[in-house]
Write a protein that binds this ligand. Structure first.
Ligand SMILES: Nc1nc2c(ncn2[C@@H]2O[C@H](COP(=O)(O)OP(=O)(O)OP(=O)(O)O)[C@@H](O)[C@H]2O)c(=O)[nH]1
Ligand SMILES: [Mg+2]
Length: 442
């Protein structure tokens, strides 16, 4: 990919909208803008000008434009932005004009890639830009903003510094064996390596990272006819699942996404758990059990207006170690169950909506703290784990009494893994891989 050509792309989402922004970056950005845009010459940098875009004696649009000369720009190159009327036509014809005049269509993520290549952001911050754009809820967005502000870079940098000081300790022991006792050096190295490995592992929260990025999996389960589908519909605020008074109505797993407190929650309604059902329902029951097994939260629904049964008890026993909430439904009817016999039950009525807010709060609590650890992206977590495992190898080698220079090799590996988080030590293929997941125009 050439760095010294000029790229252009639509920076706003395609489709109808108030404005469409065309972004141009590269050495020819200013010249291209001057060719198309009248009248603002000479340009004062970073000032918006009003004018018209003209190409081949046709006025393409009335617009605003700004020139941001490098290095004080997003890419550190000269960047021009043209704010056009929204919709496909104006932006499309301006882009065609730019391409005809020598600009090239930008690849996905190429603007941010240039920002990275030109040293304006490190890799973890570039990835934060993408995470922020694709964040669905406030929780994911806040984690991305923390990363964008350098949370990950700062954490990795301090870990690198600790590693470097371990390495210099090892180097001193190797170079001056008369002055520094090898046992002492190995002991220090072992302690330091284990401490840093612990710190890195503590910063890796896979579950939290997954919940923030993909959402929390909450599964509704219980005996047939207790009101699971009614509850799903009430939570989704739309009729997703079929509700009837016939036990065994639901067979497939039916999903509905709900945003609770900035956190995306995927609720799954499942077939009522019972035995001796027909073949189709039995498949449904198997699927329900599978969904329960992988859930972040199990909503165990009972009918509070009916007597307790052995089957209810079995379900209660079976899920005692699961992350569960006990939901007593149908509380709009006279109660036949004593809430006091359950652990922190939530009393609701899927019919009237009573208790739903409390239930939502209890479900969201399963995602508490998610995304607040230092590392929230799978790529970073995998690298930090790799570094931690090299550090443990180094510590084990020291404990065994291996030569200090052998431990130093493991420390170098750990340093290399950390360098890949911030992008100091990445190869072209990895960079291609990361930026190709961006959208065009970013
Ligand atoms: N009064 C009252 N009736 C309810 C409530 N929730 C559900 N029902 C009724 O209970 C019956 C069963 O509801 P569903 O939501 O289909 O129950 P389900 O648990 O999904 O049943 P299966 O899919 O067969 O496992 C329907 O007639 C609902 O109208 C409630 O909170 N109050
Ligand atoms: Mg149902």
């Amino acid at each position: 990919m050439l760095q010294n050509d000029t790229i252009a792309a639509l920076a706003t989402a395609p489709g109808e909208g108030g404005i469409a922004i065309v972004r141009v970056s590269g050495p020819a950005a200013a010249a291209l803008l001057e060719k198309l845009f009248a009248p603002a010459v000479p340009w004062e940098p970073r000032k918006m000008y009003y004018g018209h875009i003209r190409f081949e004696s046709e006025t393409l649009d009335e617009c605003m434009a700004v020139l941001m000369p490098g290095p004080k720009s997003y890419t550190r190159e000269d960047v021009a932005e043209i704010h056009l009327h929204g919709g496909a036509w104006a932006a499309g014809s301006v882009l065609r004009a730019l391409y005809q005049l020598g600009a090239r269509p930008a690849e996905p993520g190429e603007f941010t890639r240039r920002a990275f290549m030109n040293g304006r952001v490190d890799l973890s911050r570039a990835e934060a830009v993408m995470a922020l754009i694709s964040a669905e809820g406030g929780r994911a967005a806040r984690a991305a903003v923390r990363q964008l502000q350098g949370g990950v870079s700062g954490f990795i940098r301090s870990a690198q510094e600790e590693l470097l000081s371990l390495l210099s300790g090892a180097a001193a022991a190797i170079d001056y064996p008369e002055e520094i006792s090898t046992e002492e050096a190995a002991g220090d190295l072992e302690k330091g390596a284990r401490r840093l490995a612990d710190k890195l592992e503590k910063a890796c929260d896979e579950r939290g990272a997954r919940i923030v990025q993909d959402g929390l999996e909450a599964v509704l389960c219980g005996r047939p006819n207790v009101g699971k589908s009614s509850l799903l519909n009430a939570l989704a605020r739309q009729e997703r699942a079929i509700v009837t008074d016939i036990p065994g109505t639901t067979r497939d797993v039916i999903r509905a996404d709900v945003m609770i407190d900035g956190l995306r929650v995927h609720f799954s309604d499942t077939a009522g758990l019972r035995e001796g059902a027909d073949a189709i329902e039995r498949i449904g029951v198997d699927r329900a059990r599978q969904a329960m097994a992988g859930a972040d939260a199990v909503l165990l629904v009972f009918n509070a207006a009916e007597d307790w049964t052995d089957a209810d008890q079995r379900l209660l026993d079976e899920t005692k170690d699961a992350p569960r909430v006990i939901v007593l439904n149908q509380c709009d009817r006279p109660l036949r169950l004593d809430p006091a016999r359950f652990e922190r039950p939530v009393l609701i009525s899927a019919k009237t909506g009573d208790g739903l807010a409390e239930l939502e709060k209890r479900v969201a609590a399963f995602g508490a703290g998610a995304g607040e650890s230092a590392l929230t992206q799978q790529r970073h977590i995998a690298l930090a784990r790799k570094a931690a495992s090299s550090l443990r190898n180094a510590a084990d080698a020291c404990a065994r009494g291996d030569a200090v220079d052998l431990c130093a090799i493991d420390l170098q590996d750990a340093l290399h893994a950390l360098g890949q988080v911030t992008g100091e030590q990445v190869d072209e293929k990895m960079i291609d891989d990361i930026f190709s997941r961006f959208c065009v125009g970013k």
